[in-house]
Design a binder for this molecule. Structure first.
Ligand code: GAR
Length: 194
């Protein structure tokens, strides 16, 4: 099977990255070759996960550097897995329909500027929502505005803390991010045929 070169952008712990690494290792993502993990800061634990898996790593704090790393990696698809920066219009333009993001809410709810990480779950609980979820979407020039690829609901339970909800949503993220990546690769292949 022809593999698609995938780069992953991270900022934090990297459990979503780990989910992809594990699925590549156990054969459930046979179409993926992880070519590089690029972090927005040195302290991102995701870098250690990547190194352990034998994947090339880089730290790129500014967007021109990110673009350089992406170009150098020959990535065909880019996955934002807990990447807490907004990509430059230059990168979006160069990789249009080739960048996907995982977001820990049911977009269009609780997304956009200011809604990231635990802040999302704080807001969901404060609003008394009965359900939340996770979304995989394409990345365009806006913040969390690109076309939705996959979405899955997760219940908010009585007495949940934001951390409880975050943990429950994260489990779903790990599943749908890999599924969303498969779909993005399929879409890319279709594009190539047409
Ligand atoms: C995940 O919940 C991800 O959806 C979220 O950050 C967490 C990263 O966890 N991303 C955003 O909020 C982006 N707006 P991880 O580093 O363990 O994958």
């Amino acid at each position: 099977m022809e593999k698609t070169r995938v780069a992953v952008l991270v900022s934090g712990g990297g459990t979503n990255l780990q989910a992809i690494i594990d699925k590549v290792a156990d054969g459930s993502l046979p179409q993926v070759e992880l070519v590089k993990v690029i972090a927005s800061k040195e302290s991102a634990y995701a870098l250690e996960r990547a190194a352990k898996a034998g994947i090339e790593t880089a730290v790129a704090k500014e967007q021109p550097q990110v673009l350089e790393e992406l170009e150098g990696s020959g990535a065909e698809i880019i996955v934002l897995a807990g990447y807490m920066k907004v990509l430059s219009p230059e990168i979006i333009k160069k990789y249009r329909n080739r960048i996907i993001n995982i977001h820990p809410s049911l977009i269009p709810k609780y997304c956009g500027k200011g809604f990231y990480g635990i802040r999302v779950h704080n807001a969901v609980i404060a609003a008394g929502e009965k359900e939340s979820g996770a979304t995989v979407h394409y990345v365009d020039e806006g913040v969390d505005t690109g076309e939705i690829i996959l979405q899955e609901k997760v219940p908010v339970l009585e007495g949940d803390t934001p951390e409880d909800l975050a943990a429950r949503v994260l489990k779903t993220e790990h599943v749908i991010l890999a599924e969303g990546l498969k779909i993005a690769i399929q879409n890319l292949e279709k594009e190539g045929i047409e």
